[in-house]
Ligand binder design. Sequence first.
Ligand code: NAD
Ligand code: USQ
Length: 399
Amino acid sequence: MRVMILGGDGYLGWPQAAYLSQRGYDVAVFDNQARRHFDLKHSIDSLLPIRHLHQRVERWHQLTGKTITVYHGDITHYDALAKAITEFAPEALVHFAEQRSAPFSMIDREHAFYTQYNNVLGTLNVMYAIKDIVPDCHLVKLGTMGEYGTPNIDIEEGFIEITHKGRKDVLPFPKQPGSFYHLTKVHDSHNIQFGCRIWGMRATDLNQGIVYGAGTYETALDADLATRFDYDQVYGTALNRFCIQAAIGYPLTVYGSGGQTRGYINIKDTVRCIELAIESVPAAGEYRVFNQVTEWYSINDIAEKVQRVGGQMGLDVQAHQIPNPRVESENHYYNVVHTKLLDLGLEPHLLNDEEIEGMIRLALQHRDRIDERLIKPTVNWRSTANQVTQAAVAQIEPA
Ligand code: NAD
Ligand code: USQ
């Protein structure tokens, strides 16, 4: 099967490309390098050194004999996207190519605008490219669990049966996202569902939880195949950040009282979930929603796990509750229905001590690459005068 991966140079996109290529899929990646530009602009770097996309692809070919086709382009520029899709003629399009940081989207108007433009209009282009060029192609779109927010009822898998004034219907589950980024995923979901309804498009919308882990079996084959590992306050996610913090003796940054509960998934399960989605093609006009999550924890649970594992490794790990820079509920109910991917055959890698120890060891190994100034949160949901990083502030006003 020919599969094109939009955003194939990112944290998830690159391991996905390698995973599918290893299993015999004919893979192409499409990326505009926006993520790497952000790093360059703000002097941020991945914990693990990462090779340029063409170097990764070359190394992959040397090691496995397999070819991954590379397209450089921006999904918001229709001509480049249409050209790549016409040339490669994918049977499945996996769409990771979005600005995916909630703090980034809350910096100020420009960052909110960029995020919504890039994600919502980019996805609209992807939908039109499918409709006009490869109408049978299956769109596998990365959404997020954060679309649902934290309602005081169980989170169903995309849809909920409602009885209202004596009448019944199955309707999209209500959405209460917590950032301008998370909102883009809601807008995308509506657009995609509409595309399925009016054009007969086939789509799977994957509401994915927070991904953790430093790579997959494929990226571990060689240092040149490593995927990015973010720990900064804009792109780093909670568990990955806590492991780095534990390694350098930085008190774990628990935002607020730490009762915020979120769904989590190992990066090794992410790549498998996408394969499962690709392999079970929806009917023409079908819009499916899977909750791509395997377990959930509060931030305090995560901090406690990292403290305990760090302690077993001889590290003195403290956790500090700091004023929450976000506007979110810190004490809420959370229970998620997530059976569809399990029914298709997912066997989850659950979060265990070994996984956490592995990430802390990696951070210790790359200790010299960790910039402490990138850890403290500087983006506040309530402020319009945010700075991206402490490093950026320090560059303007040296201490
Ligand atoms: P990432 O930022 O590492 O990768 C995204 C890639 O897309 C980058 O390489 C970037 O250059 C590219 N890109 C962005 N805009 C583009 C555009 N207009 N045209 C072409 N390429 C573009 O992010 P990630 O962590 O790999 O996440 C991938 C997807 O999965 C995102 O849609 C994200 O919302 C979703 N997701 C991620 C997580 C997570 O914890 N990482 C959790 C749930 C959902
Ligand atoms: N948090 C802390 N300390 C930190 C960082 C975060 O307490 O140092 C808290 C946040 O306040 C929040 C929770 O941890 O309550 C999750 O934050 P996060 O930064 O780990 O994840 P989030 O902003 O939700 O975004 C990430 C990805 C995004 C994806 C989302 C999945 O960046 O692309 O969509 O996870 S979900 O959360 O299910 O929406």
